[in-house]
Ligand binder design. Structure first.
Ligand code: WQD
Length: 341
């Protein structure tokens, strides 16, 4: 659906998922404003987006913890809706530096919402995570599954963020959708944008591609004694382009006032679980690259298995994933070779 003249603010729009969502918004005819503080992204991503869409989004280098800067932005800009990605997201780092995570992820959300409500901007999409479920009691995981005490301050900021939105939407005109991502992987087919982990990758797929590229010596597989078919942990790996498109579907639900609750939650995954060893085999078969790995002990805080029941998103958002695990691994590898070149 073409959305001429609708302007959408994407916070964290130079990040991994944010940049892919900006591309899909521009493909749908939205005007896009990006706020990013460049703390975990680089300005070159703006060129990457522009190379894909031939439309350069307006960029504002703003730290959303700076309340005055947020107030000023909304004084100067007219916005129809907000998709909020800007947050710190390294699980391990959040355990070491909890206050950095609470300040960055919560204060920025509060300041953003205060100014949106003041300026009568009532459509908000929140980047949440399946981490709110912890180890769910039943698989696949539906949105009715109870949230569990977070295993990390990072996960806790996602739960707190959802609660802030739920409480606020009850007593203001704000309408919000929380998208609970499973495991985002891959890169845009153009290889103009992709995942740019700073330092040693925490997540599996960037570590896999950096190992195959010879940047890392060997992949450590964190545990093969889980109660799963091959003993390694199971996750739902969703292509970042499919994930980006889910944000468009959620935004259009709010813009068309089709939401049935003031605050709604959707799982965004493929509905298929893959073990670490299955990912390794799929990577080798898809790319022809041999992967050096060893089995080590479990990583603290990891759960055994998570994969989504995507019925609600399929039916209410009219969205479903179309790309496969192999598509994600292939695009991640092509991106890695581009970054290395
Ligand atoms: C996947 C699987 C690891 C690295 C986290 C956050 C989630 C989201 C995605 C931000 C697990 C195993 C990993 C490695 C391994 N974060 N693994 N060797 O932990 O499922 O989710 O990242 O948006 O909110 O919780 O993702 O990619 O770290 O791990 O064996 O070098 O790969 O044990 O089973 P995770 P992950």
């Amino acid at each position: 659906m073409q959305q001429k003249n609708k302007t959408i603010l994407v916070t964290g729009g130079l990040g991994f998922i944010g940049s892919h969502t900006v591309v899909e918004l521009q493909n749908e005819g939205y005007d896009v404003l990006i706020i990013d503080d460049l703390s975990n992204s680089s300005i070159e991503v703006l060129d990457g987006i522009t190379q894909i869409t031939n439309t350069k989004p307006k960029f504002f280098q703003i730290d959303l913890k700076n309340k005055e800067a947020v107030v000023q932005f909304f004084k100067e800009q007219t916005v129809d809706g907000v998709i909020h990605f800007a947050a710190s997201k390294a699980v391990g780092e959040s355990v070491e530096e909890p206050l950095k995570y609470y300040e960055n992820n919560i204060n920025s959300l509060v300041y953003l919402l205060q100014e949106m409500i003041k300026n009568k901007i009532n459509h908000f999409i929140f980047s949440s995570s399946c981490t709110v479920y912890g180890q769910a009691d039943r698989l696949p995981i539906t949105e009715e599954a109870p949230t569990k005490p977070a295993e990390s301050p990072y996960g806790n900021t996602k739960q707190i963020g959802e609660e802030i939105l739920s409480d606020t939407s009850k007593v203001t005109p704000l309408n919000a959708i929380a998208l609970r991502y499973f495991n985002p992987i891959g890169a845009h087919a153009s290889t103009n944008i992709g995942e740019l982990p700073l330092g040693i990758p925490q997540n599996l797929i960037p570590f896999v591609t950096q190992t195959a590229a010879g940047i890392r010596q060997e992949l450590s597989v964190f545990g093969d004694d889980y109660p799963t078919p091959d003993g390694t942990a199971v996750r739902d790996y969703i292509h970042v382009v499919d994930l980006a498109k889910a944000h468009i579907a959620a935004l259009e639900r709010l813009l068309a006032s089709k939401n049935v609750e003031k605050m709604e939650y959707f799982n965004v995954g493929t509905g298929k679980g893959s073990s670490v060893l299955e990912v390794i085999n799929a990577f080798e078969n898809t790319t022809g690259e041999k992967l050096k790995y060893k089995i080590v002990g479990r990583r603290e805080g990891d759960i055994t298995a998570a994969y989504a029941d995507t019925t609600k998103a399929n039916e209410a958002l009219g969205w479903k994933s179309e790309l496969t695990l192999e598509d994600g691994l292939q695009s991640a590898w092509k991106w890695q070779m581009k970054v290395n070149s």
